[in-house]
Design a protein around this ligand. Structure first.
Ligand code: RB5
Length: 151
């Protein structure tokens, strides 16, 4: 489905608030042909979203060209935490347009969504859009993303 033989590497994680949405999305991604690794959490037992954001972010940093998906109640805490990691550009999105532009203009490598904000259907659509959109590497966007990475 990607035009080349390599499967796109995806790391997915959530806290307890996002665990159901995350499991549905992980299944969808595997069915769609992505190499998706679920890094937890795996139950509705309360856990701390920064721990999951760190795990997913570290994997994305380790594997060039991979993407991260993070789901918590709002998407806000996950994005705050993931953006603390150098090299991670995490975008908190609530619609498909934001998901698309986060790739095109910001070269986001992590998408963060809220299971208490968006339906599972919207979460699937936003993720599909995110994973199938490429960075529009024209100079004005590229120089701004470099500035982010240098901060
Ligand atoms: C957990 O109750 C909730 O605070 C968390 O999922 C997230 O929304 C934080 O940003």
């Amino acid at each position: 489905m990607f035009g080349d033989k390599a499967k796109k590497l995806v790391y997915i994680g959530s806290d307890h608030a996002g665990v159901k949405a995350k499991e549905l999305l992980h299944t969808h991604l595997k069915e769609a042909g992505y190499d998706s690794t679920d890094l937890g959490t795996f139950t509705e037992e309360p856990c701390d979203y920064p721990d999951i954001a760190r795990e997913v972010g570290e994997k994305v940093k380790e594997h060039d060209g991979s993407f991260g998906i993070l789901i918590c109640g709002t998407g806000i805490g996950m994005s705050m935490a993931a953006n603390k990691l150098r090299g991670i550009r995490a975008a908190m999105v609530t619609d498909e347009n934001m998901a698309e532009l986060s790739r095109k203009h910001n070269n986001a490598n992590v998408i963060c969504m809220g299971a208490r904000i968006s339906t599972p259907e919207m979460i699937t659509k936003m993720t599909d859009k995110f994973l199938t959109t490429t960075f529009d590497a024209e100079e004005r966007h590229a120089k701004r993303v470099i500035k982010i990475d240098e901060m």
